[in-house]
Design a protein around this ligand. Sequence first.
Ligand code: B1M
Length: 233
Amino acid sequence: MSDDEIILSELSDEELVQQMHDDLYDGLKEEIEEATQILLDRGWAPYDVLTEALVEGMRIVGVDFRDGILFVPEVLLSANAMKAGMSILRPLLAATGAPKLGKMVIGTVKGDIHDIGKNLVGMMMEGAGFDVVDLGINNPVENYLDAIEREQPDILGMSALLTTTMPYMKVVIDTMKEKGIRDDYIVLVGGAPLNEEFGKAVGADAYCRDAAIAVETAKEYIKRKHNMLAAGG
Ligand code: B1M
């Protein structure tokens, strides 16, 4: 059977999720949009659609990209399809009515144009009740500094997906230290090649493995900040 003959709405949930992995792999934006909507209409929680269908699909793309089976143009199509699905989920994830917890400025570091993970973190943070200011991709240190001065956030978030760009996080944090403003902000970092040790080494408050952990970590640090302020510290 060719893909054209598959009627997405007739597939079982399991088959549909499998089909979404295939469609993401093939960069089929409209199919991803349709299937995302079908799962939502069937009562799936937006977070489950996100993680089980879209993020898992992108993980599979990543494996074949690494192994030289997929190339940049194909992966760009996958990324576009993923973003189309995410844009359907975004308002649903953001509409939790959670009380405002704080503000985060987030951006991908200089030299790096990967933004799917960062966008996902932004969406989940919004959903948890944070205001999010997204600086986009390829941010030099000046962008972060301008944004924190302008926005006065509680949290600075940085994302990097390349081993060649992740050291730039240290440049940003060191510059904040030089200016004497490092301790005024909670600094959270994330991205596939990072780990906890790296987060500590660059002077971040915490490394966040995924978007859900970023939310938990942000809440935890905001709570600590409020407790310190209440104690007069
Ligand atoms: Co790129 N790429 N890519 N790529 N790409 C990777 C990262 C790679 C691991 C692929 C591979 O070889 N397996 C590899 C990096 C190897 C390395 O450095 N060790 C790689 C490479 C090599 C490259 C190029 C150099 C390829 C080339 O040109 N030859 C090039 C670099 C461009 C550049 O940035 N200068 C490149 C380009 C691209 C595309 C443009 C084609 C596209 C990006 C499109 C886009 O983002 N708009 C792309 C993609 C899609 C990927 C993979 C396949 C998928 C990334 C992704 O979106 N994952 C990726 C393979 C992989 O990661 N396994 C790969 C899904 C996303 C939900 O996960 O981003 O990890 P992730 O985010 C997670 C967590 O990491 C965390 O939470 C997120 C959600 O749970 N997180 C944070 C992320 N940021 C956070 C910030 C926080 C907290 C948590 O702040 C508080």
